[in-house]
Design a protein around this ligand. Structure first.
Ligand code: PAF
Length: 281
């Protein structure tokens, strides 16, 4: 695996692959890799000739009181994993390489960026869309792979790519879970053993909503209530949101029809976890 610290180096390598007629599959990450990320790499491998990945803990998507400085950084281990999975090109720039001190340009998908996590993390999605559009401009991938765990992120990136005519296909890959159901996340490493057990409430609440939906409940407010009741069993967990929304525009739904995204975010101590499922009518 070749590792590039500069935009120029990364761009030259991906251009060379494209000139050689090799489609590039791209997996952007913030490192601290787990099986969820590796599933994206495997998907990229099956859909492209050259797999490129990035590791960049992007400061612009963290709020001032969020975990940017303590976000897990496990670069050596990440490199071993990516090498084993057959990643050819890794872009791992420093913050100064990505953001000139006088940078003034942001990319914002208006409206969508204020929904779900965007409500409690102002500026978060602006940071994501800005860095992802920069990464697309540097790597110029044919297909880019994102985890469905960040369902709002996927919807927002799809909208950005469509609105700005960025020539990349966006592929979303299924959530990867621990054997007990907890969605894999780099932030799971923050949980103490008790919180790790309690964290299952997110998955449990979604399973309850799915069960009610499959037994015929289509009213989104009722489904949300059923989900929230599961949270009431875990008073130490602070629910951030529990919503049923349209999968593309993230608008709250009254009735589930077509596809509905059930999305949840909750705090265990200072750790904020998210999870979701899609209901197919
Ligand atoms: O999903 C993530 O890890 C990040 O939001 C991303 C897409 C790599 C942008 O920093």
């Amino acid at each position: 695996m070749q590792i590039f610290r500069t935009i120029e180096g990364m761009r030259a390598a991906s251009r060379a692959a494209r000139v050689a007629g090799k489609p590039i599959g791209f997996v952007p990450t913030m490192g601290a890799l787990h099986e969820g990320h590796l599933s994206l790499v495997r998907a990229a491998k099956t859909h492209s000739d050259v797999v490129a990945a990035s590791i960049f803990v992007n400061p612009t998507q963290f709020g001032p009181n969020e975990d940017f400085s303590k976000y897990p950084r496990t670069f050596e281990r990440d490199c071993e994993l990516l090498t084993k999975e057959g990643v050819a090109l890794l872009f791992a720039p420093a913050v100064e390489e990505m953001y000139p001190v006088d940078a003034m340009t942001y990319v914002t998908v208006e409206g969508l960026s204020e929904r779900l996590c965007g409500k409690s993390r102002p500026g978060h999605f602006r940071g994501v869309t800005t860095v992802v559009s920069k990464l697309f401009a540097i790597v110029e991938p044919d297909i880019a792979f994102f985890g469905q765990k960040d369902a709002a992120q996927v919807a927002i990136i799809r909208r950005m790519v469509r609105d700005l005519n960025i020539p990349v296909e966006i592929a979303a890959c299924p959530i990867v879970r621990e054997t007990d159901g907890l969605a894999m996340s780099s932030r799971n490493t923050y949980l103490d053993p008790q919180q790790r057990k309690t964290a299952l409430v997110l998955h449990r609440s979604l399973e309850e909503v799915k069960r009610r939906f499959e037994s015929g409940e289509n009213n989104a407010y009722k489904l949300i209530e059923y989900g929230k009741q599961i949270f009431a069993e875990e008073p130490s967990v602070r629910l951030d949101y529990f919503e049923v929304v349209h999968t593309e525009n993230l608008e709250p739904l009254e009735q589930t029809a077509g596809q509905a995204l059930v999305a949840v975010a909750a705090y265990l101590g200072n750790t904020r976890l998210i999870d979701n499922c899609v209901l197919y009518a």
